[in-house]
Design a protein around this ligand. Structure first.
Ligand code: NAP
Length: 253
């Protein structure tokens, strides 16, 4: 059963894509800091487990579906006291070159990373502003800061998501909302499994011979940014494993 939608004394933070990886770890880290996490994603069974563990609320969410976002936002508003949003849902599909671009992969990446972030942010900004002390954290990627061969669908989507997020810094100037972009390099999650359509062997190779970041490493950074005093805005945080210099440049043992 979905956790009940009830009012909470704790400040509410919405975490999208909280059924695995960075989102799940962020929900846990923020709950430990006193937040009430509202977990959104498509795999509700997984969300419920994390909601039970963190005392949070699990709600179905497909960020690519405007009706799903509208229902989700309505239920979040009913909880009241919405002060945080972690835009995390998204990911990559495929590694085709531009010459071999796969439109379905592109559409999936743009819908989930870019339009999904726009829909959720647009829906929750009025509540975040009204709270008097809101914070939006967006998990982009180093793919939002550079390009690499075979990555154009993902790098273009993450550049666009970063542009959307950074635009808000100006548009919300004077409003009580902070904006933090976190751009990680390689983090070992289900990311590569999704990118390679469930091919475990190919996914594992991404992390071969390196010590990648963990979801908890990124979650700790999310929690750090959100626990600074209200007047302190950490604008952009780039974090990579020591073994990674750029998107495709690794030191492998
Ligand atoms: P992950 O383990 O695959 O998690 C992705 C999450 O996004 C899942 O919870 C998934 O939940 C959710 N999601 C995907 N499509 C969705 C949709 N349409 N509606 C709602 N939720 C959706 O990968 P991750 O590494 O934690 O990725 C989290 C974010 O970090 C992504 O934005 C990714 O681009 C970014 N990132 C990852 C890395 C990395 O190396 N892992 C590096 C830089 C940035 P459901 O499938 O249950 O819906």
């Amino acid at each position: 059963m979905t956790s009940p939608t009830t009012a909470t004394d704790r400040p509410v933070v919405v975490v999208t894509g909280a059924s695995s990886g960075i989102g799940a770890a962020s929900a846990r880290a923020l709950a430990a800091d006193g937040w009430h996490p509202v977990l959104g994603a498509r795999r509700l069974d997984r969300l419920r487990e994390i909601a039970d563990e963190t005392g949070g609320t699990a709600l179905p969410l497909d960020v690519t579906d405007a009706a799903s976002v509208e229902t989700f936002v309505g239920r979040v508003r009913d909880l009241g006291n919405v002060r945080g949003l972690v835009n995390n849902a998204g990911g990559a599909k495929g590694t085709e070159t531009v010459m071999d671009a796969d439109e379905e992969h592109w559409r999936w990446m743009w819908e989930s990373n870019v339009l999904g972030t726009m829909r959720i942010t647009k829906g929750l900004l009025p509540s975040l502003i009204a709270s008097g002390d809101g914070h939006v954290v967006t998990i982009t990627s180093i793919a939002g800061l550079e390009t690499y061969d075979g990555g154009s669908g993902y790098t273009s989507a993450k550049h666009a998501e970063g542009a959307l997020h950074r635009t808000l810094r100006g548009e919300l100037l004077g409003q009580p909302v902070r904006l933090t972009e976190i751009a990680p390099g390689a983090v070992e999650t289900e990311f590569s499994l999704v990118r390679f359509g469930g091919d475990t062997e190919r996914a594992d190779k991404v992390y071969d011979g390196i010590t990648p970041l963990t979801a908890d490493d990124v979650a700790a950074t999310v929690a750090f940014a959100m626990s600074r005093p209200s007047h302190v805005n950490l604008d952009t945080i780039v974090m990579k494993p020591r073994d990674q210099a750029s998107g495709m440049r690794f030191y492998r043992q």
